[in-house]
Design a protein around this ligand. Structure first.
Ligand code: GAP
Length: 595
């Protein structure tokens, strides 16, 4: 199915209506760019994280997990470079008072690469005045007003550890989970007795005081990351047949790309985009972004970055790093760390001297994904609408009449608009777009309900009374003849199975349905629902992505079979209740094959 033009807005609305995502602190007017995950959202996010953990930790033999604290010693952020470089250049419009990132406004704004590459913060040393001179922001994109001089703004949230709120207790909410892995490198290495190459995976909250958050949960100030730091041998210590950092980078890019495809993202909506040299974060030798094609104005945007961070971070947090390495990596000498984060390679044989064993700081490949951003991508990918039946001619009559009246009115307005444009009304182009979509929908009736609905949601339609009437009529027909369906991979679906009694006033049926739900819930997230007629219950489950509906009816009481309905095809088969669980689990594994 083609995505409706206003799919993004529809997904945002569905998320709130059905309990996926709510605005944080909504009853107090919200707080900028933070979101709460409701009953279904928390399940979806948990399922995404579990699928990721399964793939990158359990399914591999070279990975360990970690859960480091959010609050860390401030020195972590000094030596990682964040205190100095996690900064955005901010400009304000003197006229309309809106605030912008200077590097988003002007192509002339040339600063050194950002800490995280193109996606995020501009790397700029606050004390270097020559950096400031390169800042030449354009005029305000909203009102054309004059902009202030850029001011530097650190994107890390600050807090205080202990009772005294002064410099001595200053701490940051971590802007990435990665540093918790780097500073625990030796702990994990020694406790797990790993040999290179091996990786550490971590999931957790990260915080960035973004200046321009937005697009719903795409860019938020509090979000969840799923990060891997995969430690490997530096090029000069590679033995015969061992993979270089560059080979491992390619392997991780492929592995991560295919993870999304396996979980249902269409290859047309997913791409690998190697960053250009000028986009690279300063620690990165090479980075490839995995981008998803979001609907609407967002378009192609990063959901995960896979970077070759070389030995940058482990060197940054190490004492006694040779001067030449500090210079190569542009690092300051670490005067506080008690350790050198190095690895003893007993298998290494020096080709010149034949001496065995070497100590060195490993290289790192980093696949870094955002769980909350990925949840949005999966929701966008899964969202679909379809017309499932046709209204009869009598039911269609008022809709046809109303569309014809609207079309007459639109033709008149288009004519008037082309002679005398009215700044307050919809433009001639907007009117023409609505007219063309409405005509096309009308021709397709008794199909075409979704097209008509989409026409009534085009920009400008909200200001046309006759079109609003069409919208109300098509909406009423749509309730009966169309459905919204989230075609989520069953592993990601918040609810796997809904057990529905055909008749809620029939105690034997209700009892049997409840019993089936009790049995299923030990193996999967299952719900019981009898709050509406069966057709409406199916629609409700389709809209939240429940892959299987089980209906208990009179036949169940006779032969102990139920109907099992596939969300995507709406096909129903009869299954013995004792085989239900195995059938569902098998279909979850075999997805996208249908029942
Ligand atoms: N450790 C490297 C790092 O953090 P990043 O590209 O800044 O790299 C990795 O972030 C991923 O985290 C992004 O691909 C995105 O999915 C997610 N992410 C970053 N900033 C985000 C934000 N403000 N809101 C939601 N997700 C974000």
């Amino acid at each position: 199915m083609a995505r409706p033009a206003n799919a993004f807005e529809k997904i945002v609305s569905l998320c709130k209506r059905r309990g996926f995502i709510f605005q944080s602190s909504e009853i107090y007017g919200g707080v900028g760019a933070t979101w709460d995950y409701g009953p279904l959202g928390v399940e979806l996010k948990k399922n995404i994280i579990e699928a990721w953990w399964q793939a990158v930790v359990y399914d591999r033999d070279d990975m360990e997990g970690l859960d480091a604290a959010i609050l860390m010693n401030r020195l972590v952020w000094r030596y990682s470079g964040h205190e100095k470089t996690f900064v955005d250049p901010l400009v304000d419009c003197k006229q309309c008072k809106k605030r912008f990132r200077a590097d988003h406004l002007s192509t002339k704004f040339e600063m050194t690469p950002s800490l995280y590459g193109s996606e995020n913060m501009a790397h700029m040393d606050p004390v270097k005045s020559d950096d400031r001179q390169k800042v030449q922001p354009a005029r305000c994109p909203e009102c054309g007003g004059e902009l202030t001089e850029p001011r530097l703004f650190n994107g890390m949230f600050t807090t205080y550890v202990g009772p005294v709120q002064d410099e001595s207790g200053l701490a940051y909410l971590r802007p990435e989970t990665a540093q918790g892995i780097f500073v625990n490198f030796l702990n994990v290495l020694q406790s797990s007795r790993r040999k290179l190459p091996f990786g550490i995976a971590q999931v957790g909250k990260a915080f960035r005081n973004e200046i321009t958050p937005g697009n719903f949960t795409f860019r938020t100030r509090e979000f969840e990351q799923m990060e891997i730091e995969y430690f490997c041998k530096p090029p000069r210590y590679l033995g015969p047949g061992e993979k270089s950092d560059e080979q491992l980078l390619e392997e991780w890019i492929e592995e991560r790309y295919h993870w999304y495809i396996k979980l249902g993202i269409s290859p047309q909506h997913l791409r690998k985009r190697p960053q250009a040299p000028e986009e690279l974060a300063h620690y990165s030798k090479a980075t490839t972004d995995i981008e998803y094609l979001f609907p609407g104005s967002l378009g192609w945007a990063e959901i995960e970055g896979v970077a070759d961070r070389q030995d940058y971070d482990l060197s940054a947090h190490s004492r006694d790093v040779p001067q030449e390495d500090l210079e190569r990596l542009h690092l300051e000498r670490n005067l506080h760390s008690t350790e050198k984060l190095e690895y003893f390679d007993e298998s290494y044989v020096d080709p010149q001297t034949g001496k065995k064993g070497a100590k060195y700081i490993p290289y790192v490949i980093e696949p870094s994904a955002g769980a909350t951003r990925i949840a949005l991508a999966f929701l966008c990918e899964a969202y679909d609408e379809e017309q499932v039946s046709e209204p009869d001619q009598a039911a269609l009559k008022p809709l046809r009449d109303s569309i014809e009246a609207s079309l007459k009115n639109l033709a008149k307005r288009i004519d008037e608009e082309s002679k005398r444009p009215r700044p307050e009304g919809p433009s001639a182009d907007q009117l023409k777009a609505i007219e063309s979509e409405l005509k096309s929908g009308l021709e397709k009736l008794p199909r075409g309900l979704l097209e008509i609905d989409a026409a009534c949601s085009l920009p400008g339609a909200e200001r046309l009374d006759l079109v609003k009437k069409v919208k109300a009529l098509v909406g009423r027909l749509g309730d009966e003849h169309t459905r919204t369906v989230l075609r989520l991979h069953p592993k990601l679906a918040p609810i796997k199975a809904a057990v529905l009694p055909l008749k809620k006033n029939e105690p034997a049926i209700v009892e049997k349905a409840r019993e089936i739900k009790q049995r299923l819930k030990t193996k999967m997230r299952a719900v019981y629902d009898d709050t509406a007629g069966i057709g409406k219950l199916y629609r409700r489950q389709d809209e939240i992505g429940t892959p299987f509906c089980i209906t208990v009816d009179f036949q169940t009481l006779q032969d102990d079979t139920v109907t099992l309905r596939d969300r995507d095809t709406m096909k129903q088969i009869r299954v013995k209740t004792e085989e239900l669980e195995a059938t569902i689990l098998r279909h979850m594994e075999e997805w996208p094959n249908k029942l």
